[in-house]
Design a protein around this ligand. Structure first.
Ligand code: ADP
Ligand code: MG
Length: 284
């Protein structure tokens, strides 16, 4: 089932600088299947956030269509339904807090949904454990570190159990280990198992790219490519031109291939690399 269907989306805005019309997004088409983990990459200003905001109808297309779970975002009747299906976490967590404590904050959206008290308490606990913030439940959100705030913001959305989770650089302030852990958890629990969520994540973290099903690369408001992580990493030095950091294992694969030491399609994971090198060394 198609969770998101973007058809030839264009979004124009009037530049404050010169008063001219400019394209933030220019003719993008994209389909995201239910349960898919899609990563969106691209330079600053390439249109990533603009596309994300179209998925929960924060923005409406200048031309083209955005269909979310079968609902057209440009039909005002669908607005409430779309917003409850598509939960978005932004980069800056400070603008997203409403509660006096971490716990209140995560409960806020659930209260608005009118969930029974018991269900609410269990969802808040579950979401806070999910992001590793249970010990902070009585703290004031404003006093947390950037990474902790991002965890709480993610918990707030997870608790709502959206069908689509949109992360717009929402883990950028976490340390690499914390980020890896959280994304792994989202992948394991939210996508694969319990909730069957669809995840669209805008990120610079190429470890996260490696865990995704597909990668959309945007360039100046257009689709530069849509590929598997493996295909993407196999582009080697081109990735640098796209402004992306290449993960260590992909870089090493590339170097070893260039030296003729290993022979493979695309890039290898760390484990595969070790195996290949072991094989090579034992033949020496
Ligand atoms: P990204 O998230 O990839 O960094 P954005 O989607 O935020 O990019 O923005 C794409 C481009 O469109 C940027 O150059 C941004 O400044 C511009 N832009 C988008 N919406 C507006 C707006 N409403 N007013 C002014 N500029 C905008
Ligand atoms: Mg952005």
């Amino acid at each position: 089932m198609k969770m998101v269907d973007i058809k030839d989306l264009t979004f124009k805005y009037t530049s404050a600088e010169d008063g001219l019309e400019k394209f933030a997004v220019n003719g993008v088409s994209l389909e995201v299947e239910k349960g898919e983990f899609l990563v969106v990459l691209g330079h600053n200003g390439s249109g990533k956030s603009t596309i994300a905001k179209h998925i929960n109808a924060l923005l409406l297309p200048t031309t083209g269509k955005v269909i979310v779970a079968g609902m057209d975002t440009s039909d005002p009747k669908n607005l409430w339904n779309i917003r409850s299906k598509a939960g978005m976490v932004f980069q800056n967590p400070d603008n997203q807090f409403v509660g006096a404590t971490v716990e209140d904050d995560v409960a806020f959206g659930l209260e608005n949904k009118g969930l029974p008290y018991k269900e609410m308490v269990s969802r808040v606990q579950e979401a806070l454990s999910f992001v590793g913030m249970m010990d902070f439940k009585d703290r004031e959100p404003a006093r947390l570190s950037g990474g902790q705030k991002q965890r709480v913001a993610i918990a707030g959305i997870i608790a709502m159990r959206p069908s689509i989770l949109i992360l717009d650089e929402a883990t950028s302030m976490l340390d690499p280990e914390g980020r890896q852990e959280l994304i792994q958890y989202i992948e394991d629990k939210a996508i694969r198992k319990e909730y069957g969520m669809t995840v669209l994540s805008i990120t610079h973290d190429l470890d996260e790219v490696a865990m995704s099903n597909r990668v959309l690369v945007l360039k100046q408001g257009k689709v530069e490519s849509i590929s598997s992580p493996r295909e993407l990493f196999s582009r080697g030095s081109e990735l640098v031109d796209l402004g992306l950091d290449i993960p260590f294992s992909a870089l090493l694969t590339q170097k070893l291939k260039n030296q003729g030491l290993i022979d493979c399609e695309g890039y290898l994971t760390e484990k595969e690399l070790v195996e290949q090198l072991w094989e090579y060394l034992s033949k020496m």
